[in-house]
Design a protein around this ligand. Structure first.
Ligand SMILES: N[C@@H](CCC(=O)N[C@@H](CS)C(=O)NCC(=O)O)C(=O)O
Length: 215
């Protein structure tokens, strides 16, 4: 059964799942949900799939899942070759810690719905949006840089790809959109640069998605 990924080219959470799928060499169908023009994520058709009104949403053989972490865990368990999470309990928790620093500590604060709310409720300009996002990414990256300086090698955890890389690459992509100076985070930047050399990461990139309208 061919899985379906509902996503948006620029969505960092969709990017994570695309990376998991391409890493595992899984043939999947991509269905674009336009978050920007028409707010398709809030329309009936999509809300009936994911009441949160967010991408990614993943459908496979009658199973429907939202939440990129849950989707990536699902993919990793069902397509177990080239695992994304360490088998060892302690290493597994350490890997989760790094993922969650991005998944819950950085990304939600600059999600589209949050930004729209901040701009309208507190009467802020779209320019101030950039300042807000940059601030929270920077704060999150300071802690991540300290953690990675202990455990990173070629990739976020040693020299093997893990789920941490799937969370890190899209978050750096976002940071670069906000013109973040990445030289202040040399370890994060090194891991990002190494990941960007991989074919399957390139295939997952926003600019290589069918719904890309410019990055
Ligand atoms: N925790 C969720 C977050 C999903 C999420 O924030 N998706 C964003 C795009 S990256 C979205 O669909 N935003 C739509 C909106 O805010 O209206 C996950 O990891 O999948």
């Amino acid at each position: 059964m061919r899985p379906i990924l509902y996503g948006y080219f620029r969505s960092s959470c969709s990017y994570r799942v695309r990376m998991a799928l391409h890493y595992k060499k899984i043939d999947f169908e991509y269905r674009a949900v336009n978050l920007k023009d028409g707010s398709e994520q809030l329309k009936d058709g999509f809300i009936s799939l994911n009441p949160r009104g967010e991408v990614p949403y993943f459908s496979h053989g009658g199973i429907g899942l939202s939440q990129s972490m849950a989707i990536i865990q699902y993919i990793d368990r069902l397509w177990s070759k080239s695992p994304l999470f360490p088998k060892n309990d302690v290493d597994y928790c350490k890997c989760m810690e790094l993922c969650e620093m991005i998944n819950t500590g950085i990304q939600p604060i600059q999600n589209l719905a949050v930004i729209k709310y901040v701009i309208s409720t507190f009467n802020r300009t779209p320019e101030e949006r950039g300042h807000w996002s940059k601030h929270w990414i920077e704060k999150g990256f300071q802690a991540l840089e300290a953690k990675l300086s202990v455990c990173a090698g070629t990739y976020a955890v040693g020299d093997e790809i893990s789920a941490c890389d799937l969370f890190l690459v899209p978050q750096v992509y976002n940071a670069l959109r906000f013109k973040m100076d990445m030289t202040q985070f040399p370890v994060i930047n090194r891991v990002y640069t190494n990941c960007m050399k991989l074919d399957w990461v390139e295939a997952s990139a926003p600019e290589n998605q069918p719904d890309c309208t410019g990055v």
